[in-house]
Design a protein around this ligand. Structure first.
Ligand SMILES: Cc1ncccc1N[C@@H](C)c1cnc2ccsc2c1
Length: 116
């Protein structure tokens, strides 16, 4: 059978690890642009430019509703948040800068999570 991935704390419950990491993302000081879905009615162009909107509250709902079968699906949605941010926002804008900071933070914690 597929070898169980052993996570940082020895748990094989990777979705619990993802839930904990989501909490760290949500409480990060630079998380504010990503906490709720972008309002497609009030942000001009967003609906057309960003094909698959994603945000931390939607990811939380998906964890709670067991819509992720593995940590990979969680990781892909978190990266979608940051990819959408780069697509729509200038790198040197307030939101663009927050996205780069949050992506760097996530990448570091994700790597730590995958180490024994
Ligand atoms: C992540 C993102 N990308 C593009 C546009 C918006 C957003 N975030 C929303 C919450 C948002 C919506 N409105 C404002 C107004 C000032 S910052 C901010 C942030």
């Amino acid at each position: 059978s597929k070898k169980a991935k052993i996570w940082r704390n020895g748990s094989t419950n990777e979705l619990e690890e993802c839930h904990q990491l989501l909490g760290e993302l949500e409480t990060h000081q630079d998380a504010w642009p990503f906490l709720q879905p972008v309002n497609l009615k009030t942000v001009p162009g967003y609906k057309k430019i960003v094909k698959k909107p994603m945000d931390f509250s939607t990811i939380r709902e998906k964890i709670i509703n067991k819509q992720y079968s593995s940590g990979e699906g969680f990781k892909d949605d978190v990266n979608l948040v940051f990819d959408n941010c780069e697509r729509f926002n200038e790198d040197n804008s307030e939101i663009g800068k927050a996205g780069h900071i949050m992506r760097t933070f996530f990448d570091k914690r994700w790597t730590e999570l995958l180490k024994r």
